[in-house]
Design a protein around this ligand. Structure first.
Ligand code: BDR
Ligand code: CA
Length: 335
């Protein structure tokens, strides 16, 4: 602490790779809302919807929260081997069904995602945290194309996978299912955070955690009157909660991707264990499955820290509090 009592811990520098998407959009907002995080760049990937839409949505969200200073770089527009399958049925054709679509005030960077990540890592004084909340197509490029910069990755935190059931197929979670070959490359290059470093330290936040991390209509109604951002989030939730109520009969919608950022803000929120995780790429029925060795039956070394549970009440309190705060903050002037 300084003489004034202010904390001298510098914020964690984070680059977010995403496919907005309702929950990706909320993850971006959470990242900029907390002083412990410095969101230095956003990269986009095809997933929930096409790359054109995910990039436009990232720009729209940054516009809304007055952070056009954060660059957005577009990445891969399709998975490595498979054709792109989207989740437009869940997120709408635009990827952000609910609020009125608006054209962003500015465009993406001239750099591609991999060029942006290379620049960020090579210019950084300290290792940078990567967060991935879409298919891992861009992250597989990082593994293969930037081996000389892996030591500058503090850790990689992903939303993806499941120890138990999938959500897009009975066996697989959406992000891993879209591009299992990319996920395979990432998990093969990974190690457990804090262990002797033999790869990129990886934390997997899958469905065991995120299916407990939901918001309801009540949260939408609460946020609706807290400012422009709150109103926008409320309109996102009107669609997203409604979809989950109708499709699954759930009371609320899991805000999957925001859990990655919440975990960085408060690592005590989730319970996690080191495990060996391999990705199924061949099977017809089980493609995209994260085969997580929960009980160490294979004897293979752990390569990821895998989330298993979350303190939902504290997550919801954190998320609603931060979103409300952005909503009441004075808007920055757009450049
Ligand atoms: C993941 O799939 C996407 O639809 C969401 O944005 C999230 O990243 C959940 O399975
Ligand atoms: Ca996502």
């Amino acid at each position: 602490m300084s003489a004034t009592g202010a904390s001298e811990i510098s914020p964690r520098r984070v680059l977010l790779d995403c496919d907005p998407g309702h929950d990706d959009a909320i993850a971006i907002m959470l990242a900029v809302s907390d002083p412990s995080i410095d969101l230095i760049a956003v990269t986009t990937v095809a997933g929930n919807v096409t790359l054109e839409h995910t990039t436009r949505n990232a720009l729209r969200v940054l516009d809304l929260i007055g952070r056009t200073d954060i660059p957005v770089a577009a990445g891969r527009d399709s998975p490595r081997i498979r054709d792109l399958s989207t989740a437009a049925a869940m997120h709408g054709e635009s990827g952000l069904a609910g609020p009125l679509p608006v054209t962003p005030s500015h465009g993406p960077s001239d750099l591609t995602a991999i060029e942006m990540i290379e620049r960020v890592l090579s210019e950084a004084a300290e290792p940078v945290t990567l967060v991935a909340t879409g298919p891992l197509t861009n992250m597989a490029d990082v593994v293969e194309q930037l081996p000389h910069l892996h030591h500058m990755i503090r850790e990689l935190v992903i939303m993806g996978g499941a120890v138990d059931l999938g959500n897009w197929t009975p066996a697989a979670e959406f992000n891993i299912w879209v591009d299992p070959h990319a996920a395979d490359i990432v998990f093969r290059s990974a190690c457990v955070p804090g262990a002797d470093r033999t790869g990129i330290p990886l934390t997997m936040i899958g469905l065991e955690v995120t299916h407990r991390a939901w918001l309801t209509d009540e949260h939408a109604d609460f946020l609706r009157d807290t400012g422009d951002v709150g109103a926008f989030v409320a309109e996102l939730l009107d669609h997203f909660v409604g979809f989950h109520q109708e499709r699954f009969g759930w009371e609320g919608a899991p805000i999957h991707d925001a859990v990655t950022i919440a975990h960085l803000i408060d690592p005590t929120l989730i319970t996690a264990l080191p495990m060996n995780v391999q990705i199924e790429t061949e099977s017809v029925l089980c493609s995209g499955r994260t085969v997580a060795d929960r009980w160490s039956v294979t004897g293979l070394p752990a390569n990821a820290l895998v989330g298993l549970d979350i303190d939902r009440d504290r997550f919801v309190t954190m998320l609603v509090d931060r979103l409300q705060r952005i909503g009441s903050a004075p808007r920055r002037v757009l450049r």
